[in-house]
Design a binder for this molecule. Structure first.
Ligand code: MLC
Length: 398
């Protein structure tokens, strides 16, 4: 009995979203000049031309980067792959990641409308750091959270980190009555920065694709409307699976020169295309929701244009279905796990603009990351206050 009383009555819901980027915006068409100049690689004329072609294929128009030319000039060791530079890179992210994470969190808390001290749990994730205590600890002070806030720090989850943090938040919110979980995801790509080298295609992808940013989400069950809480999306179910025989598809590790490792650029879109429908069926079948894929709203981690094209082709989605994912990729690049939080924000803005009429009730978030791991989360749009979803209308009529 007491265990039942400890649990929430309803499902976890997204109550507020906040996002932040560094101030330094880099248009993609200017990036090859910046990159080859900053890395003193202008003599690699053929490689620069190839990089320009790759940049055009990734679906990115601009990105925000913490590392400016001045910062790179101050760290010549970043340009020499044989030079130890991990300490200097970790020193940069140690200060900058908590600040960016706090900026996104403050926006989410302001939208939520309750005091920061009402946050009961904190789930933080980043690939940009390896500190103890970590970003979670810094955020308690920066945001004025209670010292008793229950913290969970997830390091090095690659691009599925944002969805994994939301999955953990769902369980915390549903199993602790009254819990209000702040999920924070923040990334700076300075650990990934490297000079271009002939024969190292991975470096070209890393420099052309990834961007810096932070996203924060307040998650809680049983919204207290008298405190101004307004649920945006119910988190109906959350699952994670490893794609068989995919462990080398995305594999990264920290080295003395920052991140090393490999992303099989051609294989990743194919593996995702071959497996996504099974993941979706596994997520929807137990819920008894027999929706057509084109009846849903979609939040697919925009790993690159090729990945979104593959998902589009396999599921035969209408062009507008991945528009939110494509816009975030275009405006911000691939920000690892942060990206799905930006897409969630973009989706809610599009829905608010469009109004309730015709907006899908059910939706899905799909994120990919190392191994090849797939996170699948079924979402349900919450009606704006004073309106009801089609299902609720049927219940009221009955
Ligand atoms: C690499 C691609 C841009 C290639 O796109 P296309 O196939 O359309 O283009 P394309 O064949 O013309 O290739 C463009 C140029 O790149 C070269 N090229 C492509 N793949 C190559 C490879 N593996 N090695 C060396 N060169 C390669 C081609 O020869 C060509 O050069 P030339 O022009 O000289 O002929 C794309 O496949 C892609 O976006 N892949 C996914 C990228 C990715 O891995 N995203 C991150 C996911 S990781 C993530 O999000 C999760 C996480 O990190 O955890």
């Amino acid at each position: 009995m007491w265990r039942r009383q400890q649990r929430a009555d309803g499902p976890a819901a997204v109550l507020a979203i906040g996002t932040a980027t560094p101030a330094n915006c880099v248009p993609q068409d200017e990036f090859p000049d910046f990159y080859f100049r900053a890395t003193k690689s202008e003599h690699l004329v053929g490689l620069k031309e190839k990089f320009k072609r790759v940049c055009q294929k990734l679906g990115v128009q601009k990105r925000y980067l913490h590392h400016t030319e001045e910062l790179l000039d101050a760290h010549p060791e970043f340009l020499d792959n044989a030079s130890p530079s991990l300490d200097a890179r970790l020193g940069i992210v140690k200060a900058a990641v908590p600040e960016l994470a706090a900026e996104a969190s403050r926006k989410a808390i302001a939208e939520w409308g309750r005091p920061a001290a009402d946050i009961t749990h904190l789930v933080v994730t980043t690939n940009s750091g390896a500190h103890i205590p970590g970003v979670d600890f810094q955020l308690v002070q920066l945001l004025g959270l209670r010292p008793t806030v229950r913290r969970t720090m997830l390091y090095l989850n690659g691009c599925f980190a944002g969805a994994a943090a939301l999955r953990v938040a769902k369980d915390l919110a549903e199993n602790n009555r009254g819990a209000r979980v702040l999920v924070v995801c923040a990334e700076l790509t300075v650990l990934l920065f490297a000079r271009p080298e002939e024969g190292c295609f991975q470096t070209l992808i890393n420099q052309g694709l990834f961007g810096d940013g932070a996203g924060a989400v307040v998650v809680g069950a049983d919204p207290v409307t008298t405190c101004g809480e307004r649920p945006l999306f119910e988190v109906v179910s959350a699952a994670q699976t490893i794609i068989p025989e995919s462990e080398d598809a995305i594999a990264m590790h920290l080295t003395k020169g920052g991140y090393g490792g490999n992303i099989s650029a051609r294989q990743v879109p194919v593996l995702i295309g071959d497996n996504i429908e099974r993941c979706l069926l596994d997520a929807f079948e137990p819920l008894g929701v027999g929706a057509e894929w084109n009846d849903l709203f979609w939040n697919v981690h925009p790993g690159s244009s090729a990945i979104l094209d593959q998902v589009d082709a396999v599921l035969q989605l209408k062009p507008e279905k991945l528009a939110a994912s494509r816009r975030v990729l275009s405006e911000y690049g691939n920000m690892f796990g942060v990206t799905v939080i930006f897409v969630l924000d973009e989706l809610r803005r599009r829905m608010e603009k469009r109004g309730e009429e015709g907006a899908p009730e059910w939706g899905v978030m799909v994120a990919f990351g190392p191994g090849l791991t797939v996170e699948t989360m079924v979402l349900r749009r919450c009606p704006a206050q004073g309106t009801s979803t089609p299902d609720e209308e049927k219940l009221t009529a009955a």
